[in-house]
Design a protein. Structure first.
Length: 397
């Protein structure tokens, strides 16, 4: 006797979210894992330059705080929807110390990573059909989450002339005006930053024109040549997204935060109560401790800087000589149009033949990404030092 047929054969409805595009870097990770599994002992390994995940783990103080809480029988139940009060106060103190900006703990929401923060922000700020502008190239889940929620991503094609960042002039040219704007500084995939003056100008334009600004600041702490600025210092209506995944090296702990304007505090809290209840309790304890692990975290940042500098010297010598300004984060955005117009195929061959995993640009810019790829340099320094030589030998055959 046959079982039930799949829903599509029964004519059942499939929701909008079921059609969200794939996040292709995850496919690259799977391919690199499979390739690594087939390498015999003694053969060169795979250099992992595809994923934006720090090679270091959580700071020692964070791991020890979590272990101590578990050992002492700390009850790991639900917290308030916006998180532990002590963690929110510690985040508030970071804004005072790092940005000289007052952000009350009452306007801070601890979230299930930045990935959990974006749906909360989008649902609270926008309605179905609203247009939300962002630079292209962009972090794919921005557009994919918006689309799944019934909103409309509005792409602003950017290039090296604006450091792959949007400008006020681009926003002024939009007709009709969007309901929102997303900026990221440092940005993924290009690693470029807005100057404090540029961020301030965009924030003021958005506030003055009734456009909700969402500022992705998850790579703050990882900047090398330019000062960091927060949109919270420039606009009372902006939403700020941040995370413990990158600078604090806690990707798998799934912990992030939002800085909210007054009018969205209660709406986001209601959404968070229903959608997530709270971020993981143990992760919140670890995150609070991580904020005082400055020496270890700054040592990680120094290692990223060294890797970045090695690649900025070595990649042009290997043939990758059209590179975006790598101001922050841990990415290099390379124009490979002189080598290929098929970045997915190019990355597949690079993995198979050179043993280097990188992410094709089409993940970040479907229209122009076939001539770009992204290298991540948050892996071991020795691997980053080896990469240019491997690439040079591969390309020169």
């Amino acid at each position: 006797m046959s079982g039930p047929k799949p829903g599509l054969q029964l004519g059942l409805k499939v929701g909008r979210g079921a059609h969200a595009p794939a996040f292709l870097v995850m496919d690259v990770i799977a391919a690199a894992n499979a390739r690594a599994a087939g390498i015999a002992p003694g053969e060169p390994g795979i250099l992992r330059m595809e994923v934006g995940q720090p090679g270091t783990g959580a700071p020692r103080g964070a791991a020890e705080a979590a272990a101590r809480a578990l050992r002492d029988g700390h009850p790991m139940g639900y917290t308030e929807a916006f998180g532990l009060r002590s963690l929110r106060e510690r985040i508030s103190r970071r804004y005072a110390e790092h940005y000289d900006t007052a952000v009350p703990a009452e306007r801070i929401a601890v979230t299930v990573g930045a990935s959990g923060a974006f749906p909360l922000a989008f649902l609270a700020a926008f309605d179905t059909g609203d247009r939300v502008a962002m630079a292209a190239p962009y972090y794919p889940p921005y557009a994919n989450i918006l689309t799944a929620l019934g909103m409309v991503p509005q792409l602003l094609p950017c290039d090296a002339s604006t450091r792959f960042q949007p400008t006020v002039a681009m926003l002024e040219a939009l007709d009709p005006r969007p309901a929102g704007v997303i900026v990221a500084s440092p940005c993924n995939p290009a690693g470029t930053m807005l100057t404090p003056e540029e961020l301030g100008a965009i924030a003021r334009w958005c506030h003055d024109h009734g456009v909700r600004l969402i500022s992705d600041e998850i790579y703050h702490g990882l900047s090398y040549d330019m000062p960091e600025a927060t949109a919270a210092a420039h606009s009372p209506s902006a939403i700020v997204v941040n995370s413990f995944s990158k600078y604090f090296s806690m990707t798998g702990w799934r912990i992030g935060w939002l800085v909210l304007p007054e009018d969205l505090v209660r709406p986001v809290e209601r959404l968070a109560q229903n959608m997530f209840i709270s971020a993981p309790h143990v992760a919140q304890i670890a995150a609070e401790a991580a904020m005082d692990c400055t020496e270890e975290l700054e040592a990680n940042r120094a290692a990223y800087r060294r890797s970045r500098d090695l690649l900025l010297r070595g990649l042009p010598e290997a043939g990758f000589d059209q590179i975006a300004a790598a101001d922050g984060a841990f990415y290099i955005w390379a124009d490979v149009g002189h080598l290929t117009n098929d970045s997915p195929g190019f990355c597949s061959r690079m993995l198979a033949e050179a043993g280097i995993a990188a992410t094709p640009g089409v993940d970040f810019d479907p229209e122009r990404g076939a001539r770009f790829l992204r290298f991540s340099y948050c892996g071991p320094e020795a691997d980053m030092a080896e990469a240019p030589g491997r690439l040079r030998r591969w390309l020169q055959g």
